[in-house]
Design a protein around this ligand. Sequence first.
Ligand code: ADP
Ligand code: MG
Length: 268
Amino acid sequence: MAFIELNNIVKVFKDKNRKDKNKGGDMLAIDNVTLSLEKKEFLCLLGPSGCGKSTLLNMIAGFEHPTSGSVIVDGKPITGPGADRGMVFQQANLMPWLPVWDNIAFSLKLQGKSAAERRAAAQPFIETVKLKGFENHFPAELSGGMAQRVGIARALLQNPSVILMDEPFAALDAQTKMEMQEELVTLWQRYEGTIVFVTHSVDEALVLATKVAVMTHRPGRIRDLIDIDLARPRDTTSAEFNQYKRHVLSLIREESALAHADAIKIAA
Ligand code: ADP
Ligand code: MG
């Protein structure tokens, strides 16, 4: 049995606004996704906007439930959120009234741990995400990249066996994004668990992943699952990198064009 298994996942949302009357108000978001991942895998889920990337990630997190099919992590069926799966969102969603260290240790606060215990527990993670010296800063005093570092440290503190990331660097400037990608790869190299990372950036997926799952336009299916066999650190200017990029881009362009064609059909 693989470490993470998505078995025949189907997700239907109720959509009262949909003009496509044939679908009876139900919107098929994910159509039969099957995927398995081993420990230490770094999967990037790539696909056009609205294809169901976040929905799939949220089902692994346990925030959403499949309409049919199952998600199994480490042999256990997922029925809800758990500390074994840490989530990092596009916005860090920090508590503005707590300093960096106490945001990182937030889960321990919920468990009723003392300030001294939380402070001590947070320290190694502050160092991992390179926030030494900023422990006592408040979220409003942080740059976007620093806020995301806090979000990552907060997820790591729970010692999850899976880290789920939903476009965590999408709002960052190009330079910061590149630094964060490099740091995440370093972190992953020392990490024993699995990372599932949602992005709509082909370059980002190819810089990070051991495997890239390219999804179809809605309803989302896995169009192609590609092993990325490139040395690290990844050289985005190399011929090999660009070979992968050409292939993935051609799939994405096709799927985006099909999505636009569908949108026109539905509107007509
Ligand atoms: P992505 O992350 O790939 O952009 P999402 O997973 O957010 O896509 O959404 C996939 C589709 O499902 C979209 O059409 C979206 O509007 C729809 N959707 C997502 N969440 C809900 C929800 N809670 N209720 C109804 N529709 C939803
Ligand atoms: Mg999304």
